[in-house]
Design a binder for this molecule. Sequence first.
Ligand SMILES: *Cc1c(COP(=O)(O)O)cnc(C)c1O
Length: 474
Amino acid sequence: MWSAFFFYLCQKKNHMELPFAEPYKIKMVENIYRSTRAEREKWLKAAKYNLFNLRSEQVYIDLLTDSGTGAMSDKQWSEMMIGDESYAGATSYFKMKHAIERITGFPYFLPAHQGRAAENVLFSAMVKAGDIVPGNSHFDTTKGHIEYRKARAIDCTIAEAYDTTVSHPFKGNVDLEKLETVLKTFPREHVPMIILTITCNTSGGQPVSMQNIKDVKKLADKYGIPLVFDSARFAENAYFIKVRENGYADKTIKEIVREMFSFADAMTMSSKKDAIVNMGGFSAMRSKELFQNASVFNIMFEGYITYGGMSGRDMNALAQGLDEATEFEYLDARVKQVEYLGKKCIDYGIPVQQPIGGHAVFVDARRFVPQLPKEEFIAQTVALELYLEGGIRSVEIGAILADRDPITRENRYPELELVRLAIPRRTYTNNHMDYVATALKNIFDTRHEAKHGFRITYEAPIMRHFTVELEKIK
Ligand SMILES: *Cc1c(COP(=O)(O)O)cnc(C)c1O
């Protein structure tokens, strides 16, 4: 009877396909405060026009980062309760080890308190002064750890990545010719690794295709250089391979992830991203020798090799999070929410990086306020205006982040001035996304009124964006 009725429904012309909806429901809420514009003006001035200096209560919707800001699941919280806090050989360590082995295939790993700590450990064992580290749009801490060691990062990302009007399914891809030129130019002993960032945060949350991963690995092998994945958003990268690359539609995310990592010799991970925990990270590797060398630095900087700066409960939650983040339903909801915001922006005519990235919408600030000179920090100006308009905190990915050249100390002006709206995992609803899109539209409609940007009044010698202080140019 029922199946006959179902059949009847399917036959009806107006039978609708069920809409997309999140594969979870909310069990706990946190209230957020909607401030007035006058309050925000006062707070922003006190924060020296640096959004990092705001208190979180002064922010209504916090899109500063998707790092460590996601909502853990009930299963992750229950794992927290059964963490083993033993100094050495805790069950939590083995849970994490087994999850990493199963999901990435790496036999060795070292826990670290977050991604940059894993970079510090691995690079201490691999990178020395005078070295060259080619890759695709190195993340700022990655570049920081390279430059801090007096080595140099060379960006070999494809040119399409720098044109926000060009749609390319894999804007994180490495330009193989550029890479080979670097490998030909510098002797083998000065190129300790090639870094592949999956997905590319700096160029707009853009993925790298499996084909490109294979091609980069082939070049790495040809020149005898290890390939290291900066893997913070590896699961989102696998999602894009599944939905965009030929031959992967029928594979599970976990199968794609295993295949991706099969081409890497080592990896660093910020678990605050695709392991959906609030704190944690690790490095992992295939070589026992590298593991042993890196262990020395892990013990010095992070802690003993079976906890490395993480408590047992956090290792448990991380192990569970790795599993949840590599499920298609979760990733589909995640990426579609980001896309939802991106599409709204596009509908309003706001210039954004296309296609929309996995974890964030990137507003092209140069096209937003073309009248501002690059010396006045274009993306920062737009980010500050968005905060004043709606209490929304975003982040500048532009000249402030690009910092100064380590040798000439001149300001570096990147090809792209972006405002990143990073969406925390499982945290905000699409009503919040509507609110953000409307606030952006409002400032976009009045963009011609922007006459000047900002100048720096204080900056740190490295990674200045976190602590920079600014004043408005009158
Ligand atoms: C966040 C991130 C890092 C650094 O990780 P932290 O946990 O913030 O220290 C490195 N690389 C990429 C691509 C990232 O997104």
